[in-house]
Design a protein around this ligand. Structure first.
Ligand SMILES: *Cc1c(COP(=O)(O)O)cnc(C)c1O
Length: 375
């Protein structure tokens, strides 16, 4: 069976983990952690980056940094992973779910203004498949209403909105290095702090509510408990793994783009026949080849195609179930129908995507999709 995802070792992962162990510092904030953070601070040209144990944790830090309180409203797309919303629910926020666009799973910026109330504190955007949301519209709306913007850029590494890196446009941003993402460390994430007002407090929250980071920089002569916080730092062994991936980031991205282009070209004839809809990349967005998805006309076709591919040895998968319709949030949802999100829930398919996928395998997958849809 060709899996949907396969984590790839790209070179020096084990060497650097051994090195971290030999160096004698394997807890958080060691030499590899600092190297990775400096890498991102330079590459993203931003105030501060902090490695976290996951993107989920980075989003939880965002909710604490924005001081989200019970009753605050946060606008979040319904078509996303649970962590986008859960991080804010943990602080007591009321989630106001936004629908996707008709032709893209990203939130529909044009429909956001009607969701804003005096209690709205933040908009959390998700750049689905690494394709940017309409950030000019969203940032302008947020400025007009004096609310914060957090970018869940879990899938958005090495992608841009009008030339600006995803994760660096909102007040705060978050990447994921989960094994299903472009750059991986097993579990792992990054908090990207673009608004310098948040830097000092972020370091405290990161270090369990202590001013340990200031202590190590020699800014205070003892450290203690100064705020809320948690254990958000990854082990330096995780950072060592990540550093080996970052060293190869350009090669990884080149390979992923090749796979993406191969799928697109191979499936394009089916789009011309009206049998599938392929991803749209708006003018303002770039493509980081995070995933290859397509949509088909209805749920029965989607389920049939997934089964056909599985019977032939290829594991393709569907994606998010709308969060507003989840067991947990449905009783709390305000009842609005989010038709586009629901349609992506029932008609979207993600194809196998990992670095070792051979062209022959890609050809077979494309062939089997065509065979199923033509019969
Ligand atoms: C993967 C993902 C997350 C969670 O990332 P973790 O690092 O596994 O916590 C959150 N949001 C989106 C949109 C994701 O794709």
């Amino acid at each position: 069976m060709i899996p949907f995802n396969k984590p790839s070792f790209v070179g020096n992962e084990l060497t650097y983990i051994q090195d971290a162990i030999r160096f004698g510092h394997i807890s958080g904030n060691g030499q590899y952690t600092k190297r990775c953070q400096s890498f991102f601070e330079a590459r993203l040209n931003t105030a501060k980056c902090l490695l976290t144990t996951s993107c989920t944790d980075a989003l939880e830090m965002c909710a604490i940094l924005l001081d989200i309180q019970p009753g605050d409203e946060v606008i979040i797309p319904s078509y996303t992973f649970v962590s986008t919303a859960n991080a804010f629910v943990l602080r007591g926020a009321t989630i106001v779910f936004a629908d996707s666009m008709v032709d893209h799973p990203n939130m529909d910026a044009a429909a956001l203004e009607s969701l804003i109330t005096p209690r709205t504190r933040a908009i959390v955007v998700v750049h689905y498949a690494g394709i940017a949301c309409d950030m000019y519209a969203i940032m302008a709306l947020a400025a007009r209403h004096q609310i914060f913007v957090v970018e869940d850029a879990a899938q958005g590494i090495e992608s841009f909105h009008n030339g600006k890196a995803l994760g660096t446009i909102g007040h705060l941003g978050a990447f994921s290095f989960h094994e299903t993402k472009n750059i991986i460390s097993g579990e792992g994430g990054l908090l990207i702090i673009n608004d310098p007002r948040f830097v000092d407090r972020a370091e405290i929250i990161w270090e369990k509510g202590t001013n340990r980071a200031s202590f190590f920089k020699g800014e205070v002569n003892k450290y203690g408990w100064v705020d809320v916080g948690s254990s958000f730092l990854p082990s330096d062994m995780t950072a060592a793994f990540l550093w080996a991936q970052l060293e190869k980031i350009d090669d990884i991205q080149q390979r992923r783009r090749h796979i993406w282009e191969f799928y697109f070209a191979g499936l394009y004839p089916l789009q011309r026949e009206g049998l599938v809809t392929l991803p749209i990349i708006p003018d303002y967005a770039s493509n980081n080849a995070h995933m290859f998805y397509l949509t088909v006309k209805d749920e029965a076709t989607r389920d049939g195609l997934l089964k056909h591919l599985k019977d032939k040895g290829f594991l393709a998968v569907f994606h998010y179930l709308s969060l507003h319709a989840s067991d947990f949030y449905k009783p709390k949802h305000d009842g609005r129908v989010l038709a586009n999100s629901d349609r992506f829930s029932s008609t979207l398919i993600r194809l196998p995507f990992f670095l070792e996928l051979e062209e022959d395998t890609l050809k077979q997958i494309i062939h089997e999709i065509a065979a199923f849809l033509h019969r």
